[in-house]
Design a protein around this ligand. Structure first.
Ligand SMILES: N[C@@H](CCC(=O)N[C@@H](CS)C(=O)NCC(=O)O)C(=O)O
Length: 261
């Protein structure tokens, strides 16, 4: 195992290090990357190829997935396939990212999966580190949970993607109504002052919403008469999101290679 950075812990606490298994091309993984960043945690980052990327590079060579080749530079197609297989054996049998591994000093390994669960775990485990991702009051926490539930439900992301993908004009009206219903829930729960959902601080659900901004703009583009303006917003926000991720996580974060584990 490559040497890992140890998180500062108070005396008497068990020593452990955290490892985030991620891929910059995955919105779920990005959410966990943002949570690690917001909690100011010194995690070891490992890039895991996505199945779609592996399929492309097997068919058309490393150039077919430039993002992956940049993250795992110097690795051959066979080595990338091996990284994925080893990840399934050691960390997450589903092969999905993100996964957060907690490696204890006695080599015991605990693994947390599912992006939302990883984010809540980081908040629960490190309440005093970085930004607090959950508000101290029960009412604030209930608003966050209601919005996340809405986002996961029929009027949330599913309605947005459904609207994007729909080829049947007779369903347009119902889909539009679902998206508006979801947005109305968001507006009802949101704090009037901002700039974030519950006021002055970034909270856990902001990590989800930020990554949906390009999608929201695209849905608005489809729903509105001012299509050119929204299309422009859509491209700008996609570019901004990607650029920010590359700057913050692709460049400056210690993105290591699981092959060195
Ligand atoms: N339910 C999971 C979904 C994560 C997920 O779907 N990740 C995709 C990439 S965006 C993945 O790793 N798929 C498996 C693969 O590409 O091999 C979560 O919320 O974290």
């Amino acid at each position: 195992m490559a040497s890992l950075t140890t998180i500062p812990q108070s005396e008497g606490e068990t020593k452990f290090t955290i490892e985030l298994y991620e891929n910059i091309g995955c919105p779920f993984a990005r959410r966990s990357m943002l949570a690690v960043f917001e909690k100011a945690l010194d995690a070891q980052h490992f890039v895991i190829p996505l199945s779609g990327q592996l399929k492309k590079i097997q068919q058309d060579g490393l150039g077919a997935a430039p993002g992956l080749s940049a993250s795992l530079s110097g690795k051959s197609v066979e080595e990338m396939l091996a990284i994925k297989e080893q990840y399934k054996i050691d960390i997450n049998p589903t092969g999905e990212v993100p996964s957060l591994a907690i490696r204890h000093s006695d080599t015991k390994l605990d693994v947390v999966t599912e992006a939302d669960v990883v984010c809540e775990f980081l908040e629960d485990q490190f309440p005093d580190s970085g930004n607090s991702l959950m508000p101290p009051d029960a009412l604030g926490r209930s608003k966050i949970r209601t919005w996340i539930k809405t986002l996961n439900g029929a009027n949330g992301v599913r309605a947005m993607y459904g609207t994007l993908m729909n080829q049947d004009p007779s369903k347009d009206e119902a889909m539009r109504a679902a998206v508006y219903k979801g947005m109305a829930t968001f507006a009802r729960l949101a704090n009037d002052d901002g700039p974030y959902f519950l006021g002055a601080q970034v909270r856990i659900h902001c990590l989800r919403v930020w990554l949906l901004i390009p999608c929201l703009f695209f849905v608005l583009f489809l729903l509105t008469r001012y299509q050119q303006a929204y299309l422009l917003f859509c491209f700008v926000s996609i570019l901004t999101c990607n650029t920010l991720f590359i700057v913050f996580f692709g460049g400056s974060a210690a993105v290591a290679n699981v092959g060195s584990v």
